[in-house]
Design a protein around this ligand. Structure first.
Ligand code: 3H9
Length: 711
């Protein structure tokens, strides 16, 4: 038997233990090992029942995701899958009790459901998260789960991919019993209890499959919700179709249907992109020159300077993670406003069921308002979130340097300013780092961690680790203007504005990008963030722009008119009192007037060109960033765009998308744009180089392993 699976005996009960750390994925050898163990048990007269359990920290986290990549690229043959093994377990005449701790996810839950009974530790979780990888359960999960949990619950679990906690799993009929204390001992005792009983087969339990009359509205509602909440994703719809098959076809035919849909999803670009995202989210935590053993600075108390929207949101993030936090502002009115905002946000979280009132009360107690820096002296980490201006930031950091204890992390939430210059206001630049939260800070998952020239490895490692505790995904970036996300966002939004100035309507530009999959169009995003933000930055940096290069101007004109976006009730769109947007004919007329005066010829612009210009502007700038070493890997840029800018996960991020289109195709299109629009579209040297070599951005990251430490 494979050494990934062990078979031992406890009296008349066989114990099959899976040992494939870290998560007992079903890598080659594991299913075979389980199968052999089941065969041996069937032949052993001394065994009356069996327990199947995971060694280490978890039961089975699912199929080995790395194998999917090998399969779709033809590196390994597609085998018969797990189905024969599951039938072997289910057909065993000796009851198989599956004992779950940690997670039983994907293929793990599918194996568990082929067992005759399931017992679980109270803190275990079960789930079918396959949709998050762009696939559906492929080992009869869509057929067995509705038989155990009912159609509605199965649809919810397979479509949303969210795990269910063990006590709920008992309630839904997925788990038979919770075992407090020693799981193995409890499972063995349970196995003795059921050893003499006939072993129930999940595939024959049709009682919860419902009638057509009951199921039709469930499937219709699920499809409707999926189309809005998971717009553009194909796997959730496929999961619904597979479960529908479970309700209409005999088990074997249902499995056939599931297989057909599974294979279609697995070989899709969406699945490849989402698998890239899965590994990417883990890869960004790995910084080549910062070893795992780097000592961390304990962060048990935090302080935030500035109680505006960002400062308040950041304070909530710390409080939510159980870390007490001081919230300072210069005047009482601003502090009161900040606290009122925090309370409003928490109240709405309670209303939406995200938090309980008790949790919120505890969080609020952790946020301590203050008007002075006095209490900052024992904070382990301070996050500055004052108004975006270098002079003010430096003033704050000079003060922090004076009051904070030695070794405290001094972080700035700046979204554009130079971290080294900010650090120069202190006597300890090694403690200074950028932590760029995204708005709303308590909601958005991305945290850009900006490495200054002198930032110490301990400070970086601590912030990377802390991001997880704060429920964020931290991505290390270098210190360049706009860092990674906003630096790329500039050319993206520039193109959106050019397109409007060349004749596309505001609505057409946004619609093309929303249809591409973006959460919001670039112009509506500007209205949301406040058009004045970019306007102010453009004014500050105008002296750095090369003369003679075309710049968009309509947005600045809108700002001059006081049209800052949602907050002023008008920007590119106009807004009602509930901030509901509608197209504004006045904007269309004004833009036409301004562009006629500027002699910009007008034309109809197809959606495809709108998308290519905006997305390739992102990609071209991303290529520069990568080459200059301000992002560690192409995947880091992807993770930033997926988590901070509403880029569709099923396209894998801008750099992955470009790799999928083919860099030669992207390069050729950029050259076309350069011919039409001039220097602004000069291809990034790295794009040119990789396109000519027939390579991908992903290859570059692997080859270079650059660090984001460039000043
Ligand atoms: C499936 O089952 C399809 C079926 O229907 C069958 C069809 C035939 N495979 O996340 P962590 C690695 S699809 C390979 O940091 P945590 C991970 O990359 C699968 N590798 O730990 C990382 O490697 P590294 C359905 C995997 O404690 C290391 O393990 N299942 C897999 O924060 C530690 O992972 C899922 O989608 C895997 N399945 O979280 C579950 N899982 O150290 C996916 C993990 O080199 N997994 N790795 O970076 C998870 O959600 C989390 O890993 C889990 C643990 C919650 C289990």
């Amino acid at each position: 038997m494979s050494d990934l699976v062990q078979l031992t005996k406890n009296g008349d009960i066989a114990v099959i233990t899976i040992n494939n750390p870290p998560v007992n994925a079903l890598s080659p050898g594991v299913p075979e090992g389980i199968g052999e163990a089941i065969e041996q048990i069937s032949k052993d007269p001394g065994v009356r029942a069996a327990v199947l359990i995971g060694g280490g920290r978890t039961f089975i986290a699912g199929a080995d995701i790395k194998e999917f990549e090998k399969m779709t690229s033809g590196k390994t043959e597609r085998g018969a899958g797990l189905l024969p093994l599951l039938l072997k377990i289910e057909n065993s005449t000796k009851p198989v009790v599956v004992a779950i701790h940690g997670n039983a996810f994907g293929g793990g839950l599918e194996i568990a459901m082929s067992g005759h009974y399931r017992v679980a530790s109270p803190d275990a979780q079960v789930g079918q998260p396959e949709v998050k990888l762009g696939i559906i359960p492929g080992a009869a999960g869509t057929q067995r789960l509705p038989r155990l949990a009912g159609v509605e619950k199965a649809v919810e679990m397979c479509v949303e991919g969210k795990p269910v906690k063990a006590p709920d799993a008992v309630k839904y009929g997925i788990v038979d019993r919770l075992i407090e204390g020693d799981l193995l001992a409890g499972a063995i005792a349970f196995a003795r209890e059921v050893a003499a009983k006939p072993a129930p087969k999940t595939r024959e339990r049709n009682g919860k499959l419902g009638t057509a009359e009951q199921n039709t509205p469930i499937f219709a509602a699920a499809r409707e919700t999926t189309r809005t909440k998971q717009r553009g994703f194909m796997a959730p719809l496929a999961a619904i179709e597979a479960i529908e098959a479970a309700t209409k076809l005999p088990f074997e035919q249902g499995c056939e249907k599931e297989k057909e849909l599974f294979v279609k999803c697995l070989f899709s670009d969406q699945s490849k992109a989402l698998i890239h995202v899965f590994f990417g989210e883990r890869e960004v935590a790995k910084i080549p020159d910062i070893p795992k053993e780097t000592p961390l600075i304990p962060v048990n108390k935090a302080a935030v300077a500035g109680a505006g929207t960002m400062g308040g949101g950041i304070a909530m993030v710390f409080a939510n993670a159980g870390i007490p936090v001081l919230l300072k502002d210069a005047d009482q009115a601003a502090l009161d406003r900040g606290l009122a905002n925090i309370q409003k946000n928490y109240a709405s979280s309670v209303k939406r069921g995200r938090f309980t009132q008790q949790f919120v009360d505890e969080c609020l107690k952790r946020i301590q308002p203050t008007l002075s820096f006095d209490g900052f002296s024992d904070a382990d980490m301070v996050i500055e979130a004052v108004f975006e201006g270098m002079a003010l930031k430096k003033e704050v950091f000079t003060e922090l340097d004076r009051v904070c204890k030695s070794g405290a992390i001094l972080a700035s939430n700046t979204s554009t300013l130079n971290i080294d210059e900010i650090a120069s206001a202190t006597s300890r630049p090694e403690s200074v780092i950028g932590t760029h939260f995204f708005s709303p800070a308590n909601v958005m998952r991305l945290l850009e961690i900006v490495r200054g020239r002198a930032t110490s490895k301990e400070v970086i490692a601590t912030c990377m680790q802390l991001s997880k505790k704060l429920g964020k995904i931290g991505v290390l970036v270098g210190n360049c203007r706009g860092f990674v996300g906003n630096r790329m966002f500039g050319p993206y939004r520039r193109e959106a504005q050019f397109l409007v100035e060349e004749g596309a309507s505001v609505e057409a530009v946004d619609k093309a990008l929303v249809d591409y999959g973006m959460a919001m169009g670039p112009l509506a995003t500007g209205d949301l963030a406040g058009l004045d933000v970019g306007w102010r930055i453009r004014k500050e940096y105008r002296h750095l722009e090369k003369p003679g290069i075309r710049q968009p101007f309509a947005e600045d004109r809108l700002c001059e008119m006081g049209r800052y976006g949602q907050k002023t009730g008008a920007g590119w769109y106009k807004y009602d009192e509930n901030r509901k947007p509608s197209g504004d004919p006045e904007v269309a007329e004004l833009v036409r007037k301004w562009t006629t005066e500027a002699k910009i010829s007008q034309r109809q612009i197809p959606a495809e060109e709108i998308v290519d210009r905006c997305i390739y502007a992102l990609v071209n700038e991303g290529a520069r960033i990568l080459e200059e070493g301000y992002a560690l890997r192409a995947v880091d840029i992807d993770i930033i765009y997926l988590n901070g800018y509403g880029f569709p996960a099923y396209r894998g991020g801008p750099m992955w998308y470009a790799d999928t289109v083919g860099l030669k195709n992207v390069y050729d299109r950029v050259l076309e744009f350069q011919k039409q629009h001039g220097e602004i579209w000069e291809p990034a040297p790295l794009l040119k180089q990789l396109a000519e070599q027939g390579k991908k951005f992903a290859d570059f990251a692997k080859e270079q392993g650059v660090a984001a430490s460039k000043p």
